[in-house]
Design a protein around this ligand. Structure first.
Ligand code: MTE
Ligand code: MO
Length: 323
C-alpha cells in the first residue's frame, strides 16, 4: 500500500486525515506558532486569532509546482516587511502581536461598482465559496525571495462580486490605520495608509490572489492579517497587507513606494531581471532560508517565473519606462 505522509506545508490536504485528528494537530501547530501551550488555548483572547473562515483549505494542484520548495514557516513569519510595525525585518513579528486586533475585521468594496458593500472577512470568504492553497514564488524588490504556500481566494472572484462599471479601470487598495497599535504609523516612517494599485485586468488575472492564510493556517498578523494582496509576478511591495478598502477607480492610483521614492519604485513593480533598481541589480536574488549561513543566490526570472500567465498583460508596454 502506498502511504504518503504529507509535508507540513501540505497540511491543508486534510481530506486524507481523519477530521478530528487533523483539527487537533492543526490547532496544536497553530498555538505552537503563537508560543502558547495547548492548555492555554481556552484562554486565548479572541483578538489574537485572525479570520478563520475557509480553513482547512483545499490545495489547488494547478499552483503547486513540485520544483518549488516552500520556505520554512519560521522565515515566512519572522522575516517581514510591514513598516507599520517597524523597519527591521524582525520588527513585525513581535510588534504586530502586542494587542493589535485583526478579528473581527471589515473590508469595504467601493467606487465604480454595481455592488458596493462592507464585508466581514469571514462572511466574504464564505460568499466567495471558501479558500484554496497555492504555492507561489515571492520576490522582494530588495533582491531576496521566498516560496510561500498561501491560502485565500482569487482576486478575480472579488472583482466579479463587486461588478465593476465600464469606467472602472484600476483598483486602489488601502491598508489599515491604527496609530495606537502601529508604532511605525506613530513615527510616520511612511505616509499612511499604505496604498497600492492594480490595473483591473491585472486584478482579474488568474494569479492575483487575496491571502487569508499561509501554510494552511490563518495568516499571522505580521504577514498582513486578516487579508492581503498577493501578486506573485510583481515585487513584494505590491502585496499590500491588512486591507480595509478596495476601491474601483478610473485613474491610475499612486502607490506608497512610488510616492516615497518615484525614481526607484514605479506603478507596475513587475519582477524584471533586466531592469536594475537604481541602487542595485535585480538580476539575482538571495534565497531566504536557503542553504548556508547567508542563504543561497539564484537567478531572477522574468515576471518571477510567471511569464506564461502575465506577459500578455504588458504587450506593447515599454518595461524600462514602466518599471
Ligand atoms: N501595509 C503594508 N503592506 C506591505 C508592506 C508594508 O510595509 N505595509 N511591505 C511590502 C513589502 S516591501 C513586501 S516585500 C511584502 C512582504 O510581505 P511578507 O512580510 O509577508 O513577506 O509586503 C508588502 N506589503
Ligand atoms: Mo519588499
Amino acid at each position: 500500500m502506498l502511504i504518503r505522509s504529507p509535508k507540513d506545508w501540505e497540511l491543508s490536504e486534510s481530506a486524507a486525515t481523519p477530521e478530528k485528528l487533523y483539527r487537533l494537530t492543526h490547532r496544536r501547530e497553530f498555538l505552537k506558532t503563537l508560543g502558547l501551550g495547548v492548555a492555554t488555548a481556552a484562554f486565548l483572547p479572541r483578538g489574537l486569532l485572525a479570520a478563520t473562515a475557509g480553513f482547512p483549505t483545499k490545495v489547488n494542484p494547478a499552483y503547486r509546482d513540485p520544483a518549488l520548495k516552500p520556505t520554512p514557516y519560521e522565515f515566512v513569519t519572522g522575516y517581514n516587511n510591514f513598516y507599520e510595525f517597524g523597519t527591521d525585518k524582525s520588527d513585525p513579528k513581535p510588534n504586530a502581536n502586542r494587542g493589535w486586533q485583526t478579528e473581527p475585521w471589515t473590508v469595504e468594496v467601493a467606487g465604480l461598482v454595481g455592488n458596493p458593500a462592507k464585508f466581514d472577512v469571514n462572511d466574504l470568504v464564505k460568499q466567495l465559496g471558501g479558500a484554496e492553497q497555492r504555492v507561489y514564488r515571492h520576490r522582494c524588490v530588495e533582491a531576496w525571495s521566498m516560496v510561500i504556500p498561501w491560502d485565500g481566494f482569487p482576486l478575480a472572484k472579488l472583482v466579479a462580486l463587486a461588478n465593476p462599471k465600464p469606467e472602472a479601470k484600476f483598483l486602489k487598495l488601502s491598508s489599515f490605520v491604527d496609530k495606537k497599535n502601529a508604532p511605525g504609523q506613530r513615527e510616520g516612517n511612511l505616509d499612511y495608509p499604505y496604498v497600492e494599485g492594480l490595473r483591473i485586468d491585472e486584478a482579474a488575472n488568474e494569479l492575483a490572489f487575496i491571502a487569508t492564510g499561509i501554510y494552511g493556517k490563518p495568516i499571522p498578523n505580521q504577514n498582513g492579517a486578516p487579508l492581503r494582496l498577493v501578486t506573485p509576478w510583481k515585487y513584494g511591495f505590491k502585496g499590500a497587507k491588512s486591507l480595509v478598502k478596495i476601491e474601483f477607480v478610473a485613474k491610475q492610483p499612486r502607490n506608497t513606494w512610488n510616492i516615497m521614492a518615484p525614481d526607484e519604485y514605479g506603478f507596475y513593480a513587475n519582477v524584471n531581471p533586466n531592469v536594475d533598481h537604481p541602487r542595485w541589480s535585480q538580476a539575482s536574488e538571495r534565497v531566504i532560508g536557503g542553504e548556508g549561513v547567508f542563504g543561497s543566490r539564484q537567478r531572477t526570472l522574468m515576471f518571477n517565473g510567471y511569464e506564461k500567465q502575465v506577459a500578455g498583460l504588458y504587450r506593447g508596454l515599454d518595461l524600462e519606462k514602466n518599471y
